[in-house]
Design a protein around this ligand. Structure first.
Ligand SMILES: C[S@@+](CC[C@H](N)C(=O)[O-])C[C@H]1O[C@@H](n2cnc3c(N)ncnc32)[C@H](O)[C@@H]1O
Length: 266
């Protein structure tokens, strides 16, 4: 039997294929209410040195760059960093203040930074791809200086929908591991040198299912299966999958339940 590839390779493979489509989808949210709400929660300050882990196409890093001293965007997928550099070039052309941003490639489990290097460490929409969330969190804590903030935003289905949600997401995107429930997210810092977290429900983006499928490349047969499952869930009105699937003008629309958690490094 063929051995499963290491999960890091699955992530890189998946996000190399997704990079362009994902960048388009997420880039459209740049400057949105959702991003402003996130900026308010992280409490970005002019003297902050910020690390955005799993930065993908760099939308968050570039949105926050004008409000902090320096930003490092960090991701394991080189193709995502290509998108991030392109977005930075476009932002610079549009005269946005983004020349304080640099990009680094690597794995969240071994951040190539000294302890206490940053005053603000963020990570958005990525913990559900991580096989060992506690080990990854420890790394975020290590590179954050005492008094600094660690802020994680991710999809967080309710506990009773968690299994169905994970099954669906793995079908759509094999790099999905497990979306933490709000309670699991809240407990991520237990035993680490951080405060108790402040938790805020996020603003879930309302998206067309077909747009998401076009950006994530499941097999053709799987696309049909996913559509049928969402259609059934939308028609039932029960939200068994946890995506609040609904029909609007004949289109299936979904949203991803989100929570933002913020810890202070002790
Ligand atoms: C869904 S994207 C989110 C990108 C961005 N943070 C956002 O909010 O749009 C997840 C990103 O996490 C990155 N990622 C997943 N596992 C990683 C790991 N172990 N180390 C570093 N980056 C990782 C992927 O390469 C991908 O770019």
């Amino acid at each position: 039997m063929a051995e499963e590839p290491p999960h890091k390779d699955v992530v890189i493979g998946q996000f190399t294929r997704q990079a362009e489509g994902y960048a388009r989808l997420i880039g459209a949210m740049s400057g949105s209410d959702r991003q402003s709400a996130f900026r308010a929660i992280v409490d970005a300050r002019p003297d902050d040195t910020m690390l955005d882990v799993c930065c993908g196409p760099g939308t968050l890093a570039l949105d926050l760059a004008p409000f902090v001293s320096k930003v490092t965007g960090f991701d394991v997928t080189p193709a995502m960093l290509v998108q991030a550099r392109a977005a930075q070039a476009r932002a610079a052309q549009a005269k946005r203040d983004v020349d304080n941003v640099e990009w680094r490639q690597g794995d969240v489990y071994a951040l190539p930074f000294e302890a206490a290097s940053f005053s603000l460490v963020t990570c958005a929409a990525a913990f559900h791809h991580i096989t060992d969330p506690r080990a990854a969190f420890q790394e975020l804590v290590r590179v954050c200086r005492p008094g600094g903030r660690i802020v994680i935003r991710d999809v967080t289905p309710a506990a009773q929908k968690s299994a169905a949600y994970d099954r669906m997401e793995k079908l759509r995107d094999p790099s999905h591991i497990h979306a933490l429930t709000p309670w699991e997210l809240a407990r991520l810092g237990e035993g680490s040198a951080v405060s108790a977290p402040v938790l805020r429900p996020g603003i879930a983006a309302d998206l067309a299912l077909d747009g998401i499928l076009a950006a994530s490349f499941p097999e053709v047969c799987t696309i049909a299966e996913i559509r049928a499952m969402f259609l059934e869930d939308a028609l039932s009105g029960e939200d068994l999958l946890g995506f609040n699937a609904r029909l609007l003008d004949g289109e299936i629309r979904v949203s991803f339940p989100q929570t933002t958690a913020k810890w202070i490094r002790c």
